[in-house]
Design a protein around this ligand. Structure first.
Ligand code: NAI
Length: 247
């Protein structure tokens, strides 16, 4: 299928996990994909893998916590491709600890990547979308941003904050031809959940009506829908992709 034919898509955190799966899916739908990530070796390997399928893919070393890094990368994408049609704000980290044990450093690291990073990348990319009067911005929240979760004060603050920012930007940018939506994944089998104890994962699977963890492709499909013409009237939405899990 060619649902994203010739679209230019920037995917943050695209070197692995959900982001990489998204880059592969978008490329298979005709998009030219640009991965922004801090993992240089993995990012270059990802691009080499994608190029084997004959698509156009590019890796740029970008630390989303650094505005200048995102700003310069956005300018380079414009130089190379002339526009940015889709921004997937997918990069994220966890530094879990209960409130009583969480250090200010753990708090700051997660806020810097997951929340400030989304602000930086959107701030860097949105002006180019406004100029073209079109664009799709998809932010990655989480079901824990809706329900909360033990041991994740910092992470939950960012994932709830992302829902708020999504709604603000949907209002501010909608009239300029840009839709802004969020995806709230449940528990997805990637490196991120490797630190979750097996017993907890088992209980999560049991609590999920669909009886399994999500796959990176489940989230990539949601990003694809929101980036495609099929979602042209969807704006300010938070799409839960969690197998029906209610925490
Ligand atoms: P992952 O850990 O496999 O991938 C995250 C990517 O973000 C990595 O490639 C990493 O290098 C990149 N990254 C981290 N810090 C960065 C920075 N400062 N600048 C640029 N890139 C950076 O994680 P996964 O599971 O693929 O997560 C993707 C998104 O989905 C994250 O925002 C995460 O919070 C969210 N999510 C994941 C869930 C899960 O169960 N795996 C559940 C709910 C949300």
């Amino acid at each position: 299928m060619n649902r994203l034919q010739n679209k230019i898509a920037v995917i943050t955190g695209g070197a692995q996990g959900i982001g990489y799966e998204t880059a592969a899916k978008f490329a298979s739908e005709g998009a030219k994909v640009v991965i922004w990530d801090v993992l240089e070796t993995k990012g270059n390997l990802a691009v080499a893998e994608l190029e084997k399928t004959g698509c156009t893919a590019l890796f740029m070393k970008v630390d989303v916590t650094d505005f200048e890094s995102a700003f310069a990368a956005a300018a380079r994408v414009i130089e190379r491709f002339g526009q940015i049609d889709i921004l997937i704000n997918n990069a994220g980290i966890t530094r879990d600890a209960s409130l009583l044990k969480m250090t200010p450093e753990q708090w700051k690291q997660v806020i810097d990547v997951n929340l400030t990073g989304v602000f930086h990348c959107t701030k860097a990319v949105a002006p180019f979308m406004v100029e073209k009067k079109q664009g799709r911005i998809i932010n990655t929240s989480s079901i824990v941003g809706i329900y909360g979760n033990f041991g994740q004060t910092n992470y939950v603050a960012t994932k709830s904050g992302i829902i708020g920012m999504t709604k603000v930007w949907a209002r501010e940018l909608g009239r300029k031809g840009i839709t802004v939506n969020a995806v709230a994944p449940g528990f997805i089998a990637t490196d991120m959940v490797k630190t979750v104890p097996e017993a907890v994962l088992k209980s999560l699977k049991e609590k999920t009506p669909l009886g399994r963890l999500g796959l990176p492709s489940d989230i990539a499909n949601a990003y694809l829908f929101l980036s495609s013409d099929d979602a042209s009237y969807v704006n300010g939405a938070v799409l839960s992709v969690d197998g029906g899990l209610v925490l």
